[in-house]
Design a protein around this ligand. Sequence first.
Ligand code: ADP
Ligand code: ASP
Ligand code: MG
Length: 409
Amino acid sequence: MGLIVQKYGGTSVADLDRIRNVAERVVRTYDNGHNVIVILSAMAGVTDKLIGLAASVTEAPDKREMDVLLATGEQTTSALLAMMLRSMNYPARSLLGHQAEVVTDCDFGNARIIEIGAKRMKELLEKRTIVVVAGFQGTDLQGNITTLGRGGSDTSAVAIAAALKADTCEIYTDVDGIYTADPNICHKARKLKEISYDEMLNMASLGAKVLQIRSVGFAKKYNVPVHVRSSFSEEEGTMVVNENSGMEQLMVSGVTHNKDEARITLKKVPDQPGIAAKIFSPIAETGIVVDMIIQNTRVGGQTDLTFTVPKADFKKTLEIQKRIAAEIGAEDVFGDDHIAKVSVIGVGMKNHSGVASIMFNTLARENINIIMISTSEIRISCIIEEKYTELAVRVLHTAFGLDAECETS
Ligand code: ADP
Ligand code: ASP
Ligand code: MG
C-alpha cells in the first residue's frame, strides 16, 4: 500500500460531471489499497471571475482581502468532491489550507510555503480517510489566508507529497503529458516520456504553465516523482524525475512561449553611473519583477534602455518610469504590452554552436521582427510581436527537428 497524491486542475473539476469523473478516479486508486490525498483547483475560469469581481469593486483591491476572495474557488471544489465521495460511501474529508497546516509567508497573492504541519492529514490517513485539500492556499503565521500565485495548486500538491513522503504525485490536467511545445498551439509537438527537473524548471520559467515553476523546485529539492497526465484518459503521461543517462540529449529539447510580459523603453537616458539604480530601484521596491534588460551603446552621452515586466504590472511600471524619466532627464518613456517571448531550451545547447543563428534565420524567413534577445547557456529567448507567437513556436519547433514526424525511434 502506498500514498498517492493526486492534483486535479481547473478543467478537470470544471463542472459536476467532471468532479464525478475525479471521484471515480480517486476511488479506483483507493480501492487498489492506496491512501489518497487529493488536491483540487477551482473550477476552470472561477479564479479569473473572482479577480474580475474584485476589479469591479476597486482598481487596487486590498491584497489580504483578495486572497480571502480567491481562496473560495478551491474551497468550493474541495467540499463538493468530499461530499460526492461520502455520498458514494467512501470516507472522505475536505481540508482548507490552514486545516492542512500549509504555512506560508505573508506575501499575499504570491505566498511561498514555509512548512507543512501534516498532523491532521496523517491522522485522517491512518483512519483510511481520503483527504481532499483545497489547493493554491495556505495561512501565514498570523493566521491570514494566503494564496500561492497563479497555478499554485501544483505547488500545494508537490509540497504536500514531499511533506508526507508520498510515493508519487500525479498532476491531472487537460493535456496528456508534457510536450516539446504547448500542444494546444503546436500540433506537431511531441509528448515526452520523461523530463528532468532542471529542464522542466527552465520550461516552466519560460512560459510552459503546465506546471507552476515552484512546484518543480519542490519536486527537485525533495526528489518527488511527478507524473503529469490527463484526467480524461488512462494513458501514461510524462514523468518529471532526476536527470538520468537514458534521457535524450537534444540540442534543443523544447520551445516555449510567454505572453505575460510587457516592454518598457526609456529613450535617451543620460549615460552616467547610478542611473540604472535610479531606474530599477523604485520598481524593485514595489515588488515588480524585471525580466530582460537591454541597454544600447552610448551615443553622445545618452543611451536607450529597454526592459520587460509582467503584463499585470505594465501600467504601474509605466507610471513609475514617467516620474523617473523626468527626474533623470530621459527624453521619453513608452511601452508595449502586445509582445511575446519565445524561447528555445536545451541542455545540449552547451556543446553546440549555431543555435542562435538557426533561431534568428528561422524567424527572419517568416518576416518576424526580433525586438529583444537574451541568452543563457541552455536557452535563447526572443521578444517578438504577440500576433506572431503561434507561428514562431511552430516554425522553431520544425527548425530544431522536434516535430512528431521527425521522431526516429
Ligand atoms: P490546469 O488547470 O490543469 O492546472 P493549466 O492550464 O495550468 O492546467 O496547464 C495545462 C496547459 O499547459 C495545457 O492546456 C497547455 O496549453 C499548457 N502548456 C504549455 N506548455 C506546455 C507543454 N510544453 N506541454 C504541455 N502543456 C503545455
Ligand atoms: N485556481 C488557481 C488559478 O487559477 C490555482 C490553480 O488552479 O492552480 O491559478
Ligand atoms: Mg495549472
